[in-house]
Write a protein that binds this ligand. Structure first.
Ligand SMILES: Cc1ncc(COP(=O)(O)O)c(C=O)c1O
Length: 401
């Protein structure tokens, strides 16, 4: 199939890398040649052995990215499945009947108000089943307070899940400190690191978590594949029951091409995470300062320093987010808004609400998430294009600027 080229006169600037990333050219080229690795990685013949060897190479690469031994990595269909697997494992432990070797007597769960929906909904499900689940609040920058965590951690706490980096505002949590407190309380600690992996240096031996979730399509790999780090000795039960793949922890024939693409993306990411931090944060600062200089009365959401190098969330009082997005899209700029359009009614973002941004302002907020391929000229194009859009929408609006 020929490459689809954008032939319209409008320049395209994709700044929605937290939603997903394109394949890196090196990943794409490797995947194209790996498409012929068709053997079932569980088969004993040569084709199966070849597929198995390549899947194990990918596991090594993903492990290396996290500083983890390859045997502690399980391949899944993505971040959502990894998070669900850990939550369902904990549900199994919490509901183990008397006399079962799984029974620890602990039944309480802790997470935060700003998690991705796949964690929030997993936690809400546990609450529906009757378990006690505490959702920790965050401060105005999006950080949980350690004192809040210490207050709710107790002898009945089974499991704590705190995301490493927030997808909407980019705020980073002090996961090493969270893990220290949770382990001292004798509970299991999980972090959803989908937005952190490949963007900031991280090593599971430094942060000492028991479980860590990742996803290939956020690091220039393919969609529909991800991973779960499980520290040796931490319990895990399959979400998907079936064959013996992944040591019986995740059934289903290996997704060879997805896993190989993930492995390739992971080895590239491991080699350039520092460069990413340096170069992408310069572009983020340029965008932030440019928008501040050119557009009066804007608010930057998220932590001022403990933040992903690529994520800039901005509120534009007096303008409506969906209208800003559509106007930007007509000018070729692809970003996203924190609002979710659910059943025809616009709910303000739960993350912005949690940091104290009011519903009206939350509706006028845009997330710019940058990545490889964005240039200074692209940033300057956004800085030039956005001010007249905001001025026009503010002039038309009944919202207060
Ligand atoms: C923080 C976070 N967790 C989990 C996910 C879900 O990952 P996946 O799309 O691989 O299921 C996402 C994707 O947006 C995310 O940003």
């Amino acid at each position: 199939m020929p490459e689809t080229k954008n032939t319209s006169a409008v320049r395209r600037v994709y700044v929605d890398y937290n939603a997903t990333t394109p394949l890196k050219p090196e990943v794409k080229a490797a995947m194209l040649s790996d498409l012929d690795i068709y053997g079932n990685a569980s088969s004993m013949h040569a084709s199966g052995r070849l597929a198995h060897a390549r899947v194990e190479e990918a596991r090594n690469a993903v492990g290396k990215l996290l500083g983890a031994p390859p045997e502690d990595i399980i391949f899944t269909s993505g971040g959502s499945e990894s998070n669900n697997t850990v939550f369902q494992t904990m549900r199994r432990l919490a509901s183990a009947p008397d006399g079962s070797p799984l029974k620890s007597g602990r039944t309480e769960f802790i997470t935060t108000d700003i998690e991705h929906p796949c964690v929030l909904n997993s936690a809400a499900y546990l609450r529906e089943l009757g378990f006690k689940v505490t959702f920790l609040p965050v401060d105005e920058n999006g950080k949980i307070r350690m004192a809040d965590l210490e207050r709710v951690l107790g002898g009945n706490t089974l499991f704590v899940s705190v995301m490493m980096a927030n997808n909407e505002i980019g705020t980073l949590q002090d996961i090493g400190e969270v893990a220290r407190l949770v382990k001292a309380a004798g509970a299991w600690i999980h972090t959803d690191a989908v937005q952190a992996v490949g963007k900031i240096p991280l090593n599971v031996e430094d942060i000492k978590v028991d479980y860590l979730t990742m996803s290939a399509h956020k690091i220039y790999g393919p969609k529909g594949v991800g991973g779960l780090y499980v520290r040796s000795g931490a319990p895990l039960y399959p979400l998907i029951q079936g064959g013996h793949q992944e040591d019986g922890l995740r059934a289903g024939t290996y997704n060879n091409i997805g896993i190989l693409g993930f492995g390739r993306a992971a080895s590239l990411a491991a080699g350039e995470v520092e460069k990413y931090g340096r170069e992408i944060s310069v572009l983020r600062t340029r965008l932030r300062d440019g928008l501040k200089a050119k557009i009066p009365n804007i608010k930057i959401n998220g932590h001022p320093t403990d933040v992903l190098p690529n994520t800039l969330n901005v509120s534009f009082p007096g303008a409506e987010g969906e209208a800003i997005l559509l106007s930007m899209d007509m000018m070729g700029i692809e970003a996203s808004t924190g609002s979710a359009c659910a059943s025809g009614s616009l709910e303000p973002s739960h993350v912005l609400t949690a940091i104290g941004v009011g519903a009206e302002l939350a509706h006028g907020s845009i997330r710019f998430s940058l990545g490889w391929g964005i240039t200074e000229e692209d940033i300057d194009y956004i800085i030039e294009t956005l001010p007249p859009i905001i001025a026009r929408l503010r002039a038309m609006s009944t919202l207060s600027a």
